[in-house]
Every structure is written in C-alpha cells, then in structure tokens.
Design a protein around this ligand. Structure first.
Ligand SMILES: [Zn+2]
Length: 433
C-alpha cells in the first residue's frame, strides 16, 4: 500500500508512506510505486493535501452490547468509530448484564475482534452491578483474555470513599487505572441540568459544579495517598480544572478527559427544551467551555473522549425529565476538536494527535496504539482532509441511534481513510468490511 502526497501531523512537505505487512516500511518524498520490483502492483491511496495522524483512541464509548442492541451493537459502534478515525475504543461497563466479570468482558472483547474494524477494549466495572457496594472481580478481569486495565462504574460514581480507596489500591497492583464518573450523588438527586440561572428559570433541578469538583478533589487525595492512577471522566467545570492543576502540581497520578460536546455546547441549549441536549454531566456555561479548551491545549486536561452514548427514540423524543442523558460522539469528535481548538489556534495537528491518540493510549497502557508515524511503527493511522466540510445528519451516521446534538451543523475536517495495522477500515469515508 502506498499513501501518496500526505503531510505527517500536517507539517513539512508532502511525503509518501509505504505500508508493508501492517507496518510503515518507508516514508519519503516521491516514493515511486513503479520504480522498484518490490512495490509494483501496490495499491495506491491518493492523499494529496491530507493530514496523516496516528489512529484515534477513545477511552469512553458506550457500545450498548450486550443488552441494548436496539440502540447500538459492537458492529455498528465499531463502524462509527472507524468512520470517526478511531482505531481503538474502550467499551464502558454499564451494559445489561453489567461487565463486572470475566465472562462478559471476554464476550465483548471477542465480538470486537470478530468485527475487526477497531480494537475494542472492554472496561471492567469497579463494583458488582455498578452498585458501589462491593468490588467486582478486578483481578479476574485483568487476567482474562480481555486483559482489562481500565475500570469504571461510569454512569454512576464510586461514591463511597472506602470502596474507592480499595479500588485504587487493587488497580495499582494490577497496573490499571480507575476511571471515575465524578458525581456526588447526594448533591445531584433528580438533577436535570447545570445548576444556575437557566435551570432555575425552566424549573429544572440543578446539577451543581461542586458535585463534580468535590469528588475529583477527594479522589485526587486518595490517589496521592495510595500512589494509584486515577482518570477523571468527562470533566465539565472550570473548578475541576483548578483541582486537577493543583493535584498534578503535587505529583498525583491523575489524568482527565473532556468530551467534544463540553468543548462546544453550553447550557444556553436548555432554552429549546430539546432532550437531545440532555447529558451527564450537563452542558455548563460559556466560561467553563473556554477554560476546558485552554486546559486541554495546555495539558491540564489530557485528552478528548467521546462519551458516545446512543439512545433509542423513545428514550430521547420525550419530555426533558424523562429523557435519558447522552449523545452520539464517535463520528463528530474530530470535527468538533478542529472547530473548537485547531481553527482558533489553540492546537496544531500534532496537538490533535496528542489529545486524541497518544495520551489516551498511554493512559490505558496500549502498547501499539498512539504510536508515532515513523518507519517500523504499526500502520495504524488516519488521513484527514483538513479543509473539507460536512453537514451532520443523525440519520446518516453509522450508529443505530441518531441522537446527535450537532444535527444540521456544518463542520470542518473530514476523515477520508482509517487504517488498522495496515488494513484499510475506512476508504473515502466508507467502511470496508
Ligand atoms: Zn459518565
């Protein structure tokens, strides 16, 4: 396979990339497919003007299988991921049944391999049934074929500090990480939207910023005490960024992610009362959004994660208080990052590679993802047309569900090709199965 005329990380002169046996074999100007015996009859991808980046890694995906195959399956979610430029995703544990044991995580892992479009890594639940009461079989899941290293009760907070401390100690011994959905449940009973003027005006119970910040602060102290690694899911407030900065400065092993929707949308969206905008944690204020963008550019927030959350129409096209929280994210993530960070000059393409690929791979401990684009490295990469624009249509996305808050938006940045260890999974924006 010969990729012609691409710019690595969007920098320097265009080069050609020769891929052989799943590995980047050569990088150079004007490699000529016909010039050597070895690379005749090679398939050529004309990537003139495109940007090459390492394949993206999503630490936070809801694939809904097993249990809600009416909203997403491992097959449809993998297709959405590949179309979004992803080569690895972490499937959250809040399925039905919950992924709190080796049987379920191995099922998800095996199904991901059968589909083969992205590496599907199951996240193991921290507690049995996500109930927050008793630790799940973390060691058994880690030693299973699925090789689980990321544990999360996402959807729920591990609220009991003693359970959280034990979970941190246990995952430290497994060389794993606890990904916490930071939400103090006592402060968010019936919460429907960001606690503030807008929610009050609409009569919606508030989700206060302090409910997130207090758990992040507590967990940072526990991570420091135990020496374990903590990952904070979907950071949504400026105050959490302050806590992360403080914790990192004192040597806490903490990382954090931000979602594309928290980088763009605000609680102004509440005015429409459209439940497509309902998400947990909720959309915050304009000043939170600005702080999150800067924190990501600066590295206080380490990476972007989608929190891709497909929902059936009956769970979204209903009144606000009855609607489930969550939005699609896999196919729009790159474009939102381009819109909110690349275009305003906060991140260059090397920065995009850092926050969407290198950092998430490092946090999850994946050895062969997020690798540099260099000779001898796996050909796990994405080719992006940086100038093209596209219009988001929920019905046209690969997910079974269509709940995107970006419906009708025209966004910059189009994924043309995705390649997983030399295998083309997406070509000219179409899944190659
Ligand atoms: Zn969550």
């Amino acid at each position: 396979m010969l990729i012609k005329g691409v710019r690595l990380y969007g920098e320097g002169d265009p080069v050609d990339i020769l891929v052989r046996d799943g590995v980047i074999a050569e990088i150079g100007p004007w490699l000529d497919a016909a010039s050597t015996q070895e690379i005749t009859d090679v398939e050529v991808i004309d990537a003139d003007g495109q940007v090459a980046l390492p394949g993206f890694v999503d630490l936070h995906t809801h694939l809904r299988e097993p249990g809600r195959e009416d909203t997403e399956t491992i097959a449809t979610g993998s297709a959405a991921a590949a179309l979004g430029g992803y080569t690895a995703v972490f499937a959250m544990a809040n399925t039905d049944p919950v992924a709190d044991n080796a049987v379920i995580v191995e099922h998800v892992w095996r199904r991901g391999r059968e589909v083969g479009l992205v590496d599907v890594h199951p996240v193991g639940a921290v507690t049995v049934g996500l109930k927050g009461e008793k630790l799940a079989e973390l060691g058994t899941m880690a030693r299973s074929q699925a090789d689980v290293r990321v544990f999360s009760d996402d959807g729920h907070c591990v609220a009991d500090p003693l359970i959280m401390r034990r979970a941190l100690e246990y995952t430290k011994a497994l060389d794993g990480v606890i990904a916490q959905h930071a939400e103090e449940p006592r402060l968010t009973v019936n919460a429907q939207a960001h606690e503030g003027e807008r929610a009050a005006r609409l009569g919606l119970a508030g989700w206060p910023a302090a409910a997130e910040e207090s758990i992040v602060a507590r967990d940072c102290l526990l991570a420091k005490q135990t020496g374990a690694r903590l990952h904070v899911c979907h950071v949504s407030t400026a105050g959490t960024v302050d806590v992360l900065r403080w914790a990192k400065e004192r040597g806490t092993k903490v990382s954090a992610e931000v979602t594309p929707h928290h980088l763009l949308l605000t609680d102004e969206r509440l005015a429409t009362y459209d439940p497509v905008n309902k998400v947990n944690p909720p959309l915050r204020t304009e000043s939170d959004v600005q702080v999150l963008r800067e924190a990501l550019a600066e590295g206080v927030v380490d990476c972007v994660a989608t929190d891709h959350a497909p929902h059936a129409p009956q769970d979204k096209d209903c009144e606000w208080s009855a609607a489930r929280p969550g939005m699609l994210g896999l196919q729009t993530a790159l474009s939102i990052v381009v819109e909110t960070l690349v275009r305003p000059g906060l991140l260059d393409w090397r920065g995009v590679a850092r926050v969407m690929s290198e950092k998430p791979a490092e946090i999850a401990g994946l050895p062969d993802q997020g690798r540099p684009l260099a000779v001898g490295e796996p050909a796990t990469l994405v080719l992006v047309d940086p100038t093209a624009r596209w219009t988001v249509r929920g019905a046209e996305l690969a997910s079974i569900a269509g709940n995107t808050p970006f419906e009708g938006m025209e966004l910059p940045g189009v994924v043309r090709t995705t390649m997983l260890r030399g295998r083309v999974t997406v070509s000219e924006g179409k899944v190659q199965s």
